[in-house]
Design a protein around this ligand. Structure first.
Ligand code: SF4
Length: 243
């Protein structure tokens, strides 16, 4: 039986599903994965947009929030820092233009949900929730979207499915659509949500939570693309340059 204070969120689940050793390194040993240019830029952009939507203002305010939340962590050289700063600044300017041309119908930005399930507390923060004309709601997750790999089907996206359940269970809102908004190209991809996968998603949460509690480390993830490949004692892809 899980203790009632044990909290799960998508990041914990994702880490364990990617590799149990990544979960252990990050959440049991409290050693955080190093920042990357993408993770730093993602945090900066999310925070700037959330602050601007909360406070309002013009483009200069949005840029000021972007500068305020700018994180110079994870960049290898000053040139890389400047390159990513410009990428993010371009997103700010294009977001501003889009917001002028197409007014937002958002109900919430950066909205926290919490619900209890099977002895766990599930928590998440949804980038945005829109109210649709029929009174139902759309859960929207922002992605930077510079990755050229084609995204998987939205209907199978664990994060969106968990957030849809969380919005319904934790906030009492009916959800009929889930979306990813790709900030690099100002493009939203949407799928209908009908709750038909909820049982499978919650079964995955339950099974993963039980393995986490039991400390099961019975497999390894993809070491060559792992963010801690040079730090992890179990790594099969160390470059030999890090301790
Ligand atoms: S380096 Fe390999 S074993 Fe270590 S956390 Fe990453 S994927 Fe898992």
């Amino acid at each position: 039986m899980a203790p009632d204070t044990f909290e799960l969120n998508y990041s914990k689940l994702r880490a364990y599903l990617d590799c149990p050793y990544l979960y252990r390194y990050t959440y049991v040993q409290g050693r955080y994965a190093p920042h990357s240019p993408w993770s730093s830029l993602g945090q900066t952009v999310h925070r700037a947009l959330a602050r601007w939507h909360a406070n309002g203002g013009d483009l200069s305010d949005l840029i000021a929030y972007y500068d305020e939340f700018w994180q110079a962590k994870g960049y290898a050289t000053p040139g890389e820092t400047l390159e990513f700063y410009e990428k993010g600044r371009d997103i700010m300017e294009r977001w501003w233009t889009m917001a002028q041309e197409k007014p937002q119908r958002a109900l919430y930005f950066e909205k926290v949900f919490i619900f209890e399930f099977n002895g766990w507390r599930i928590r998440g923060t949804v980038d945005r929730i829109d109210r649709l004309p029929d009174g139902t709601h759309e859960v929207i997750d922002y992605k930077l979207g510079f990755d050229e790999r084609p995204p998987g089907p939205l209907e199978e996206d664990l994060q969106l499915a968990l957030y849809a359940i969380g919005v319904r269970e934790g906030l009492g809102l009916k959800v009929s659509a889930v979306s990813k908004f790709y900030l690099s190209r100002m493009e939203k991809v949407t799928a209908a949500y009908d709750g038909s996968r909820d049982a499978a998603v919650l079964a995955l949460v339950k099974g993963t939570g039980e393995k986490i509690l039991a400390g099961v480390c019975d497999r390894k993830g993809r070491c060559p693309s792992c963010p801690i490949r040079d730090l992890c004692p179990e790594s099969e892809a160390r470059s030999g340059t890090a301790v």
